[in-house]
Design a protein around this ligand. Sequence first.
Ligand SMILES: *Cc1c(COP(=O)(O)O)cnc(C)c1O
Length: 393
Amino acid sequence: MIPSILPTYTRAPLSFVKGEGSWLVEADGRRFLDMGAGIAVNALGHAHPALVEALTRQAETLWHVSNLYNIPAQQDLADRLVAATFADTAFFTNSGTESCELAVKMARKHFHEAGQPDRVEILTFSGAFHGRSTAGISAAGSEKMTKGFGPMLPGFVHLPFGDHEAMRAAVTERTAAILIEPIQGEGGIRPLPDVCLKGLRELCDEHGLLLILDEVQCGMGRTGRLFAHEWAGITPDIMMIAKGIGGGFPLGAVLATERAAAGMTAGTHGSTYGGNPLGCAVGSKVMEIVADPGFLAEVSRKAGLLRQKLEGVVAAHPDVFESVRGEGLMLGVVCRAPNADVVKAGFAEEMLTVPAAENVVRLLPPLTIGDDEIAEAAARLDRAAARVRADAA
Ligand SMILES: *Cc1c(COP(=O)(O)O)cnc(C)c1O
């Protein structure tokens, strides 16, 4: 008999009932060190007092009004995002994949308005993840996500990750945009080198294409800059965000330049809940905290510490681990043992990590993680590796 929850997830036998900072409390009372943070969602950890305050204050005042009216909380968040980024304008969604939907629509509409309605193709890359909507899975194009779901949304050209020649060859008069994650998350923490991101920007400029960045996972301070592309010294035309911006409240956005967004006039797009007062009140508080240069500098410092400790653990277990990769607090441990075994051994050590493609175990802790918790994470990973070895023997 089908379970009462549609069985689309493979779930670990853990039920968390409370969260505090970098820790999650299981129903049986055990405390787990949360090095996954809801897959980069709980950017400020669990139950951050400033976010609890922002949410409860808004909850006591006003939950929902339609986008038929002005929403001051939404205006505040939009102003903050525009002030802190390349963007001139923002549209609010409730998730990453909804941001993908709009990014695709916006890029196509841009060329339609520019009198080039045949320019609809978007170049995407193997290992990409842009969410589970039809546009999202069509963009990523992997068999795992698309098989059995009927005709995909046309107009995506799937290219091998890192193949510059293939990409140049794929640009035609029908190409509208390039869509890419500066650091692939689900794809196994694969950073796009800064020179490649610069090269993509140049390619887009050369051919008049729009550069769409998916910073749903790597954005919002995770790399030590507010957005990952800042390291490369370039800006996109359109950017998808979600996950960390809501700190655990469902919230996403598409940020864009005025030029890229030119086709999105009144009536062309909408969302009932997108930009609701609750989400925006939380998002503004997250922005206030994360966009602070002092906070971002701390993320970079802690990232250095975590990386150094992970390198030590990896070196101590060459039979289990191969290497560490990633940027900031978005790190991947490439495993020699099956990554699922490492994640499971982590559970036994009361620590949460997240598997990714390419046999990687992801570490995406809250950006607020403490130095002592970083040391604790390394110690638990070390013990988890010993468990994996013992189980294999
Ligand atoms: C999680 C993720 C998405 C999808 O976000 P949802 O909120 O699950 O729809 C899209 N892109 C990237 C890079 C992601 O990590």
